[in-house]
Ligand binder design. Sequence first.
Ligand code: PLP
Length: 446
Amino acid sequence: PTAELQALDAAHHMHPFSANGPLGKEGARVITRAKGVYLTDSEGEEILDAMAGLWCVNIGYGRDELADAAARQMRELPYYNTFFKTTHVPAIALAAKLAELAPGDLNHVFFAAGGSEANDTNIRLVRTYWAEKGHADKNIIISRKNAYHGSSVGSASLGGMVGMHAQGGIPIPNIHHINQPNWWAEGGDMTPEEFGLARARELEEAIQELGEDRVAAFIAEPVQGAGGVIVAPETYWPEIQRICDKYDILLIADEVICGFGRTGNWFGSQTVGIRPDIMTIAKGLSSGYAPIGGSIVNDEIAEVIGNTEFNHGYTYSGHPVAAAVALENLRILEEEKIVEHVRDVAAPYLKQKWEALADHPLVGEAKIVGMMASIALTPDKASRAKFASEPGTIGYICRDRCFGNNLIMRHVGDRLIISPPLVLTLSDIDEMFERILKSLDEAQAD
Ligand code: PLP
């Protein structure tokens, strides 16, 4: 019975990013099954999952092909490592497939079990790269405030979440954060174009201040996801690319959310028009069916790193079952033309409806790229005023109203966000909008 499960959960299970006292997780909804874009809970309620789990179930739930791929691989070779001089077919095939899909000369993959581990790999990769080139002091990584790059000590240091930095002794040394390109919240009197340029030029100012010979890399999400789906103004990314080129700074695109179709291309870097030296991947790589991530690096980095023994690796780097599942996921994404479905069908339809949300009295800006979108909630559109973001305030009320209407939509401060499975049909989108509007109207009445 649900109540019994909830009691056991409250007694023994510590939830990530939650208050684990009685108020935080008591009465958590128990999800038991899922198919397509719908979850079912232990009471038999069907919930439309507009977050694709945690931005990851790109092909939707319940695809037997992935279960079969996992079972086949478990029977044949459930585990072996890829340390030293051993390898196996799923890791080889997946690395080769990723080299084919990734743009430019991003041809080499270092596997991990998720995005946090992959970003930890990146910290050590870029520092080792510069050390091998005789620039051991070129070891500062610049990131952005309000970025999310994971929860391990290294990746959370790269991230710019104030609440995370307040706990557990992070960031580690030699990580520097510049401001995010969030025009709605921080643009003041500037136009979005002016603001985009100004925020990109903070990278140049930081490099000049810290020293060109000290800055190893800049890391960013093509579209900032967990920070609230912050879409940079159009002027931002070309300027960032120019600055990285000018000062010989490696550009790391964290594609953990943006990769594998989310933005209407295989990778978010293609959508925003940048040429990263390293891409972090996870989530949509296996559509969340198995824990796997990695770093895809360019030819030059692979060659330089190849000159030394890189003393880094995880027991589950290239795990054969996870790799087999990821390969099957990529086959489905490709053969069923899901990226094209996003670009040509689902995203244009969603965009037209999403942007109309700006007419709702509670909504300020409505931003969308492909199948990730956000709205800023505001008490006054003209001044772009903010609601408070403490528990009990509007973001929480909206989220709870959505949950009550069997819709999973997340809130980040004063923004509400979605990132649904990419296989959402047009009628799923209509259904999602009915629930979103009902929830917003109810929240307004509260
Ligand atoms: N990078 C980005 C952009 C993410 O959104 C996330 C997770 O949400 C991570 C890294 C961390 O990935 P994981 O939770 O698989 O460690």
